[in-house]
Write a new protein. Structure first.
Length: 511
């Protein structure tokens, strides 16, 4: 007897289907969009905020770094709080706190208050981001519906940053930089109210074990050291004593964290979450791909504004083809094929297509055609990343026990955050070195100093983008070789047993 999606009987051991799940997706996606927007919208507003509040050039990076350190350092803790406290409660708390921190940032009348608000945004973002992804994971259990839901979520996660550039440009150019903070408030209020009244979290999915305090301390300090190390490397160089000390501290602290997690009864991050080859493949390939994406945003934004003279608004709109590509790749390719082919056959080719788009951008020159070079490159990047991101996010939380969904989701965000920090520092350093080398080799024959400076900038961008191409190829290789789970529906979901996790299986669609 056929049953509708609302009344179908769950399989033994499965969670009953939530009739409000699609409404819940709207509010989960809205919260995700807010977090992703914030990652780029503040970058556009930073020059105006710096001038208004008298922030020095040496301290301006802290507007970005204060958020990154708090967010990246506390993600695992936030994921564990979601498992312990309840994902819905953590989600709503994160939204309210993020809105309050945004209000403080928008009203800030001093450098210290702005930096404090950014750190507070990072704290509540670390609660919000893993709670959102884990809510999605436990709400959508049917394979086909899960594909659609993660297709939408993946499109937002990938394209939201470019939307932030457009929105940030409009707000900064036509209103005031403070609105790049205030704009979060309506997003958060709507998402929090919707979540409170609509989202129904499965009652049996919590992990009520005692909190692993040593794990919290070691993971937070280790991740903060790692993220800050890459931030310092970008500004002070890789050979700087403090930079090296931070990397050494990160290695020691994270090694100690792994040792503690393998011994305690209720670990912050159960090692079964990351030692599974499929999830490990997702975390590694996704983290590497984010490095390439940050290369695109960083250098293409500078190229369009500094070299080509685009306004902030025009620069934001110049990224529209990539947003269209991501939405198409995620919802029309990834979501449609995820229930038919193994994830690695979407992720690997997706990263390869993105690398072709990145390869086109190595040909940038002063006056390069937007329609002839940049537009097709963005479309390929968007299509490739959208196609790859969607199954990656779905697979990262599949086959996982409900009590571990929060920390598994937090690992997705952690790999993205660390990848972003590495991408910004590594590629910026490569670009700066290539720019300096170009000036040194062409200074003797140059007749126009300003033209030489712009040519050197573009040469630096091109060199760094070549590295991004290589990183995306490595990401594709990892996805194809390390991820070996079959297509959805080929076998039942893995049981909760530890040994069953060697093969993550997507759930069979219920009829």
């Amino acid at each position: 007897m056929s049953k509708t999606a609302e009344t179908r009987r769950p399989e033994p051991g499965a969670t009953a289907v939530d009739p409000s799940r699609w409404k819940a997706l709207v509010f989960i996606a809205l919260a995700q969009l807010m977090v992703v927007l914030d990652a780029t919208i503040v970058n556009i507003a930073l020059p105006s905020a710096q001038q208004d509040l008298g922030i020095s050039d040496g301290n301006k990076q802290w507007v970005i770094t204060a958020y990154a350190l708090a967010f990246g350092g506390l993600l695992l803790f936030g994921g564990r709080i979601a498992d312990l406290w309840g994902r819905k409660r953590t989600f709503v708390t994160g939204l309210i706190g993020f809105a309050a921190a945004s209000a403080i940032g928008g009203a800030a009348n001093s450098e210290g208050l702005l930096l404090g608000a950014r750190a507070l945004q990072g704290v509540f973002g670390a609660l919000l981001a893993p709670a959102a992804l884990s809510l999605l994971a436990v709400t959508f259990t049917d394979a086909k519906e899960r594909a659609k839901a993660f297709g939408i979520f993946g499109a937002i996660a990938g394209g939201g940053g470019a939307v932030g550039l457009i929105l940030g440009g409009f707000l900064t150019e036509y209103l005031d930089w403070r609105w790049t903070f205030f704009v979060n408030i309506p997003f958060a209020i709507v998402a929090a109210l919707g979540a409170y009244f609509v989202i129904r979290e499965p009652a049996d999915g919590r992990n009520r074990s005692a909190l692993d305090i040593p794990g919290v301390v070691l993971s937070t300090l280790g991740l903060v050291s790692l993220v800050y190390g890459f931030t310092r490397a970008e500004s002070d160089g890789w050979s700087d004593a403090t930079t090296i000390s931070l990397f050494v501290a990160a290695a020691v602290l994270l090694a100690a964290f792994v040792a503690v997690e393998s011994r305690v009864k209720a670990p912050l991050l159960p090692l079964r979450v990351v030692t599974n080859r499929n999830r490990a493949g997702v975390y590694l390939s996704l983290g590497l791909a984010i490095i390439g994406m940050f290369g695109l945003f960083l250098f293409l934004t500078y190229y369009l504004q500094v070299v080509e003279g685009y306004s902030p608004v025009k620069t934001g709109f110049a990224f529209m083809p990539m947003i269209v590509g991501m939405i198409t790749g995620s919802t029309q390719i990834g979501a449609r094929l995820m229930t038919r082919v193994p994830p690695r056959y979407l992720m690997g080719p997706g990263f390869l297509v993105a690398s072709v788009g990145m390869l086109l951008l190595t040909q940038l020159e002063i006056g390069s055609s937007y329609a002839g070079l940049i537009l097709p490159a963005e479309l390929l990047l968007g299509l490739g990343m959208g196609t790859a991101f969607m199954p990656a996010m779905a697979l990262a939380t599949h086959g996982i026990e409900p009590r571990d969904a929060g920390v598994a989701s937090a690992m997705v965000n952690t790999s993205q955050q660390v990848g972003g920090a590495i991408g910004t520092a590594l590629l910026n350093t490569i670009a700066a070195s290539a720019t300096t080398a170009y000036v040194a080799s062409h200074a003797a024959t140059a007749t126009n100093a300003q033209l030489l400076e712009l040519q050197a900038l573009v040469a630096g961008f091109s060199s760094a983008i070549w590295w991004a191409v290589g990183i995306l190829l490595v990401s594709a290789t990892i996805a194809v070789t390390l991820i070996n789970t079959g297509r959805p529906g080929t076998s039942p979901v893995a049981s909760g047993a530890e040994g069953a996790e060697d093969e993550i299986k997507m759930p069979v669609a219920m009829h």
